[in-house]
Design a protein around this ligand. Structure first.
Ligand code: 5AD
Ligand code: SF4
Length: 470
């Protein structure tokens, strides 16, 4: 039985937003040159995907795009709230826009994304960043044209940051950044409330898109030459729990795998408490699912995992990895880990190191704990000095670097079927490519290989990348 009813924005409501885009385009028709928009994105892939929707709306409104705030009629800053450091950087950049606004008083400055949904941030913008015209949270993104229309036709500021559980909006136009690789959101929000994490507070409750909408989107992408589709959700493994149809994430993968065409399916993020044997079996069976899994473990010690409200222990996590590797021995494994959770002692942290040695991840995303206002962990005692946390953090990074280098060295001499995905910015090499497990490969070759799968012989390796030849 569905455990909740997801609010779906009606097609008429989306149509109204799209109509407003066309009205805005007409308003701007009389300008000498087409107006430009700058969209800046911070944070995770979900934010990248949201920015593709913002650009889609902006393109329909008649905007071109620029990277230069001086040239921009409208600046949209899509923010991330996961750590304090990122927030400060954003606020610094938003603050600096006061100067561009002074020289272009009709510039519209918007702040959206997860930070916008934090009450303290919205309050701070209201009082101290008076050059910001529009603030809206992730749940209100579908109404962006309406906000811009109001700002263009009337004076004043808009704050649309009501705390709401969230909805599903289909039919928002998108301008995708990459023709070869695409993000496809399958669900939004999170119900897990890990004690350190702000995401459930700013992105609302879990809600799944209808499978037909997802399948249609992937089908169209593949027809247009996309070769690598990453399904996105804060916790993809709980996909479908709110749908009428009895379809779970593994079933969805199975359906996407049936779509004709030569392409890879990836997905993130999986929560270890919801990653099922059925998922592993589906991964092993479906030839288009890339042999890679991002499975954040966060900490190696059971007391800390409990305090983090993760709902699994070390033994369960290791057992999952064992079962996965029994089915897919060469699977590429990546993970997230937090160092310095409140009260974590150095011996407890060392269990994170031993977990790394046991699993030997191919790559790791390492985070120093950052207290987030409003989360339970932010209220806990945190006696460890920052220096000790940093020392532990460095030990972790050093160990992982060794493991990553060894993992990469094992590719030497092998031939990998790689997807060439872009031009390489490193002068020595012309192209970048990805192995099926998403390891970065630099190589030389003609530009027209971009978007193709090619066999690459791996001739070099370091901690961060592989090097190869066609
Ligand atoms: N401090 C540090 N890292 C965090 N993450 C989430 N919240 C915090 C926080 N408050 C990390 C987790 C998560 C990743 C996306 O960000 O490891 O998996
Ligand atoms: Fe945050 Fe946990 Fe949800 Fe991931 S699963 S978004 S870490 S609350």
């Amino acid at each position: 039985m569905p455990n909740q009813t997801t609010t779906r924005i009606s097609p008429e409501d989306i149509q109204r937003q799209n109509d407003l885009c066309r009205q805005i385009a007409q308003l701007q028709h009389s300008l000498d040159t087409p107006p430009l928009a700058l969209v800046q994105t911070y944070g995770c892939q979900q934010n990248e995907a949201d920015s593709e929707r913002l650009r889609g709306y902006l393109a329909q409104m008649g905007f071109g795009f620029t990277q230069d705030p001086e040239q921009a009629r409208i600046v949209v800053i899509n923010t991330c709230a996961i750590r304090d450091h990122a927030e400060r950087k954003v606020l610094g950049n938003v603050g600096a826009l006061v100067h561009t606004k002074r020289s272009h008083p009709d510039q519209i400055i918007c702040l959206c994304g997860c930070m916008a949904q934090e009450p303290e941030v919205a309050e701070k913008i209201k009082k101290s960043f008076r050059h910001v015209d529009l603030v809206f949270g992730p749940q209100a993104l579908w109404r962006f044209p309406e906000f811009v229309h109001t700002l263009l036709t009337r004076r004043g500021r808009i704050f649309e940051v009501a705390d709401e559980p969230g909805s599903i909006a289909e039919g928002i136009p998108m301008v995708r950044q990459d023709p070869v690789k695409a993000w496809v959101s399958v669900m939004y929000g999170c119900n897990n409330f890990c004690s350190y994490c702000i995401v459930p507070y700013v992105r609302g409750r879990e809600r799944s898109r209808q499978p037909e909408d997802i399948l249609a989107e992937v089908r169209e992408l593949v027809q247009n030459g996309c070769r690598d589709v990453t399904l996105l959700g804060q916790n993809v493994n709980s996909y479908g729990k709110d749908l009428e149809s009895p379809l779970d994430f593994s079933d969805l993968l199975e359906e996407i795998n049936k779509i004709p065409g030569d392409f890879l399916i990836r997905f993130m993020t999986s929560h270890p408490k919801d990653a099922t044997q059925k998922l592993f079996e589906t991964m092993a069976r479906c030839e288009k699912i890339a042999p890679v899994l991002h499975l954040p473990f966060q900490a190696g010690n059971d007391r800390i995992l409990k305090a983090m409200n993760r709902h699994y222990d070390r033994a369960q996590y290791l057992d999952e990895i064992r079962r996965l590797r029994a089915l897919l021995p060469d699977i590429v494994l990546t993970s997230d880990v937090i160092v310095g959770f409140p009260g974590e002692t150095t011996p407890e942290f060392e269990e994170t190191l031993t977990l790394l040695e046991e699993v030997r991840f191919d790559a790791l995303f390492t985070f120093l704990y950052s207290p987030r206002p409003g989360t339970p962990a932010a209220k806990l005692d945190d006696p460890m000095p920052r220096e000790e946390k940093l020392q532990n953090f460095n030990r972790l990074v050093e160990l992982q670097n060794q493991i990553s280098a060894q993992k990469h060295a094992a590719y030497l001499g092998s031939v990998q079927r790689c997807l060439v995905d872009g031009l390489c910015e490193d002068g020595e090499w012309t192209l970048t490519a990805r192995t099926p497990g998403n390891r970065l490969v630099r190589l030389n070759g003609p530009e027209d290989l971009i978007g193709q799968f090619v066999p690459v012989k791996i001739t070099g390796a370091n901690t961060w990348s592989l090097f190869g030849e066609l």
